[in-house]
Design a protein around this ligand. Structure first.
Ligand code: URA
Length: 196
């Protein structure tokens, strides 16, 4: 479902090293979108987001939160793999990619109610200036009505973050599910407030 323009994008330096552009993927009719940082080695090879070890950890945490991984949309701030996964060394990608690809993709989702920003790179897109530890408990409502929930990144668990990081991510995912359900219900009923 990606445009040819997307797959031949040369807007930032990362195009030089990629095997594949990694556009958003999943259920385009979903109410929840999960947004990570950038493709890793497996994603670069396969052309889809969250298909490597971080993705497996994310799916595991989603199941623990009561979310079926088949029912959501997956995306990243940056759509091409930064060499060595060192995204901070490529600020041109972070400045250009989200406006060109991530934000239009999210805006095209007809039922989107909630975005989960996984990690500090996605978090700072919507909560500028916040640190990772602060992001994990934040939420905000965009002018579109879509709610953004901050979260730690599943890779942090894999790097030895401990059980409290898993618990925190599960908590963010549960809040996202709750916000999405409330927003969805209000949307169906055409009202601005509801009984929860
Ligand atoms: N895979 C992705 O698609 N995004 C991440 O942020 C990490 C791994």
């Amino acid at each position: 479902n990606a445009s040819n323009e997307h797959l031949t994008c040369t807007a930032c330096s990362l195009h030089q090293w990629r095997a594949n552009v990694v556009p958003g993927h999943g259920d385009h009719n979903a109410t929840i979108a999960l947004v990570g940082e950038a493709p890793g080695a497996t994603e670069d090879r396969e052309g889809h987001p969250f298909v490597g070890t971080a993705g497996r950890k994310l799916y595991d945490l989603m199941r623990q939160a009561g979310i079926d991984p088949m029912t959501t949309w997956y995306d990243n701030v940056v759509h091409c793999r930064p060499p060595g996964n060192a995204i901070r060394e490529y600020p041109d990608a972070i400045t250009r990619c989200p406006d060109l690809w991530l934000k239009p993709e999210l805006a095209s989702m007809p039922n989107l109610r909630c975005i989960v920003a996984l990690g500090a790179t996605a978090g700072t897109l919507w909560f500028p200036g916040m640190k990772a530890g602060e992001l994990a408990t934040m939420a905000r409502v965009l002018s579109s009505g879509v709610i953004v929930v901050g979260s730690y990144h599943p890779s942090y668990v894999l790097r030895g973050g401990g059980q409290w990081v898993s618990d925190s991510i599960i908590d963010s995912l549960r809040r996202a599910m709750m916000y999405a359900a409330i927003a969805n219900k209000m949307n169906e009923e055409g009202q601005e407030w509801t009984k929860t």
